[in-house]
Design a binder for this molecule. Structure first.
Ligand code: C2E
Ligand code: MG
Ligand code: MG
Ligand code: MG
Length: 290
């Protein structure tokens, strides 16, 4: 990274910058093509009610089915998509696809059963998308989805970086009846003040804290989780524990009063077809253990 002290160091620096730029431009071109060719996919991870161990909804997570490189996770392309603004059309595609899927699943499920919630992640850059609120409102209309069935997940960092636009956009979305979740809670530039300025319905407790619940090593994870849940409930919010991987974590979270959870203990994210087969069968999905 830093300029080397030998002459070769300079060359190395020079070529690595060039390589970075080339690789960035390459990914950018590939992303454009991927959008045109329809290479993005959504996978869905179920969210469970912890007390009843029953499905309450799902989170949509983007993947890129690259023709040569296979299925790529968001960590490999989202940052570039954000830098070159392609996150705006990609983000709209995600919203449209997830709402369409939820609407199809509504028709599949007995209307007497509780409605499921579809959670969609929003990039902070999407707060700059002037037409976002209209786009979401139109998408809800055209897919016939009830607004409260859509939950938009934003991170504390996103809210911190763009406090004004985030506040405006989230308030307008909230007025539509859409739910708002704070994702990865506890890891960002936490400011409890954000919770007063933006309308938050759901707090998602980051998996770092959920992980730490298993052992009693005195690092305060249980105390933090307890405090977060108490505060969330006092503010009328629902809590979701992220990244639950073991029965022990599940038991602790439930005992601490956390409302819902998701994680590999319940299921990994899968395609819509697999999700339907695994989780939306008779009786609202199996009571899966592990
Ligand atoms: P996130 O929203 O916090 O999503 C949870 C991530 O944790 C997902 O990774 C999920 O596959 C993973 N996960 C779920 N259960 C477990 C578990 O038990 N253990 C562990 N170790 N991991 C678990 P994924 O799909 O790679 O997504 C990573 C991040 O990328 C997401 O974090 C979200 O911030 C972002 N992202 C994903 N899809 C989208 C999208 O459509 N739009 C935007 N803007 N961001 C997205
Ligand atoms: Mg999320
Ligand atoms: Mg998260
Ligand atoms: Mg711990």
């Amino acid at each position: 990274k830093a300029r080397g002290h030998r002459s070769g160091g300079y060359l190395f620096f020079d070529s690595s910058v060039r390589e970075q730029v080339v690789s960035q431009l390459w990914i950018e071109g590939e992303l454009r093509r991927a959008l045109d060719e329809g290479e993005f996919r959504l996978v869905y991870e179920p969210v469970y009610d912890l007390r009843e161990r029953r499905i309450t909804g799902m989170e949509a997570l983007i993947r890129w089915q690259h023709p040569e490189r296979g299925l790529l996770p968001p960590s490999t392309f989202l940052a570039v998509a954000e830098e070159c603004n392609l996150i705006l059309p990609i983000g709209r595609w995600v919203l449209r696809e997830a709402c369409g899927q939820m609407s199809a699943w509504n028709r599949l499920r007995d209307s007497a059963r509780p409605r499921l919630t579809m959670a969609v992640n929003l990039s902070p850059r999407q707060f700059d998308d002037d037409g976002l609120v209209t786009y979401i409102s139109d998408t809800l209309q055209s897919t016939g989805l009830r607004p409260e069935q859509l939950c938009l997940e934003v991170t504390e960092t996103a809210v911190h970086e763009a406090p004004e636009s985030a506040q405006t956009v989230l308030s307008r979305l909230s007025e539509l009846g859409v739910q708002i979740a704070l994702d990865d809670f506890g890891t960002g530039y936490s400011s409890l003040g954000h919770l007063r300025r933006i309308p938050v319905n759901v707090l998602k407790i980051d998996r770092a804290f959920v992980n730490g619940l298993e052992d009693d090593d005195g690092d305060g994870d249980a105390a933090i989780v307890t405090a977060v849940i108490t505060m969330a409930h006092a503010l009328g919010m629902t809590t979701i524990g992220e990244g639950i991987e073991s029965e022990a974590q599940y038991d602790r979270l439930r005992a601490l009063g956390c409302d819902q959870g998701q994680g590999y203990l319940f299921a990994e994210p899968v395609s819509a077809a697999a999700f339907e087969a695994l989780h939306l069968g008779d009786g609202g999905g199996p009571d899966r253990r592990g």
